[in-house]
Design a protein around this ligand. Structure first.
Ligand code: SF4
Length: 360
């Protein structure tokens, strides 16, 4: 590949040793290639400034390469403990990444696609439709941004958990998502058990993932306990119903020995009735899964609201009475449009779904 083409089309994170040699054109000592490659991953806190290479070379790299982690518009919430970045990619498309700081851990939520084709009714990303898959380096750059912000806020902190739970369906972008997960383990020394992949229920992807010999956590956005309701809320259920989803999850569990988490967004007077909790308990007990109840984050284009706190607590009690392990998850950053896709969606006009309109 010619140098000009290389620089225009590739991220520095995508270049292999030959590409770097090509770029240096014999003008640098032979150790420089390995130094730059290693340094890129180790010095992500501020990639170019922290590389231990000659200053002129650093300046040149800074001018030549585009890193989306250098182009972030950041919004703060929860007393500064939640940071949401709108990252602009090299093709000017935008994605979101969220960094959540807790007492003993820091979690970064990574997007895997620009937009999403899954069309979950309550989701700002789904309302905007699908644009393209993210490349591996575009996921890595989200990690760079988060790691750099964290270091800036507290030099002793580091990212302890990564969740693939931002914009997009990771299993629809399977190869890139899994390469990214592997790079977290090899380049960034993160343990598999600190990584969670969240899917809306792409059954073939779950079965394939079961064979990857990865011990990552799997979270499933269930959101409804029967096919009729789930198909309304999560349209992919029409193709992969709850029975086939449960079968795939049991395969994942048996091959990886990892506990499954069922994510359940509580939507007021839609999926939060007593009988829904009984049905949900049956599914959770079958899978020995943990249930996370999440009061729905409001999105501007969807008329439904999250269940009120009393109802959320009642749902928790009903599940616990049935022997299910359950947690109520906080809605971090709801004042900064933290529901996935909202920052991007706020710039675009999507048709609003009416409460009495067909949901699918
Ligand atoms: S909830 Fe997830 S899978 Fe569903 S539309 Fe939004 S991004 Fe896609």
């Amino acid at each position: 590949m010619k140098i000009a083409e290389l620089l225009q089309t590739r991220s520095p994170l995508e270049l292999d040793a030959k590409d770097w040699e090509n770029l240096f054109g014999g003008l640098q000592p032979s150790f420089r290639v390995r130094q730059v490659q290693n340094g890129l991953y180790k010095s992500y806190v501020s990639p170019w400034e922290n590389l231990t290479i000659p200053r002129t070379l650093r300046e040149t790299f800074k001018e030549l390469f585009y890193l989306s982690s250098d182009h972030a518009k950041v919004t703060l919430s929860d007393n500064g403990d939640t940071l949401k970045a709108l990252l602009t990619l090299s093709d000017q498309r935008q994605i979101e990444t969220v960094l959540m700081r807790y007492e003993r851990r820091s979690t970064v939520c990574i997007s895997t696609q620009v937009g999403c084709a899954m069309n979950c009714v309550f989701c700002a990303t789904g309302q905007g439709g699908y644009e393209r898959h993210l490349k591996v380096h575009e996921m890595q750059e989200q990690y760079f941004w988060a790691a750099r912000e964290l270091k800036r806020l507290d030099s002793n902190s580091k990212i302890t958990n990564v969740v693939l739970m931002g914009m997009g369906e990771p299993l629809a972008n399977y190869d890139n998502s899994i390469s990214f997960v592997r790079s977290l383990m090899t380049q960034f020394s993160l343990g598999a058990r600190s990584i969670t992949l969240s899917t809306v229920g792409v059954v073939p992807g779950i079965v394939k993932l079961a064979d990857e010999s990865l011990q990552i956590n799997l979270a499933v956005s269930l959101h409804a306990p029967n096919d009729e309701l789930r198909t309304q809320i999560v349209p992919i259920n029409r193709r992969y119903g709850i029975a086939s989803l449960v079968e795939a999850l049991n395969i994942y569990k048996s091959r990886t020995n990892r506990r499954i988490t069922l994510e359940y967004a509580l939507i007021n007077d839609l999926n939060d009735h007593d009988e829904h909790m009984t049905q949900l308990a049956d599914i959770a007990l079958n899978l020995k899964a943990h249930v996370n109840l999440i009061p729905l984050n409001p999105t501007p284009k969807y008329d439904f609201r999250g269940s009120p706190p009393q109802r959320v607590n009642k749902c928790k009690t009903l599940l616990q009475d049935n022997g299910v392990q359950v947690t109520i998850r906080d809605t971090r950053g709801s004042d900064i449009a933290a529901a996935c896709g909202q920052l991007v969606a706020n710039n675009v006009n999507f048709p609003k779904r009416k409460r009495n309109a067909s949901l699918v």
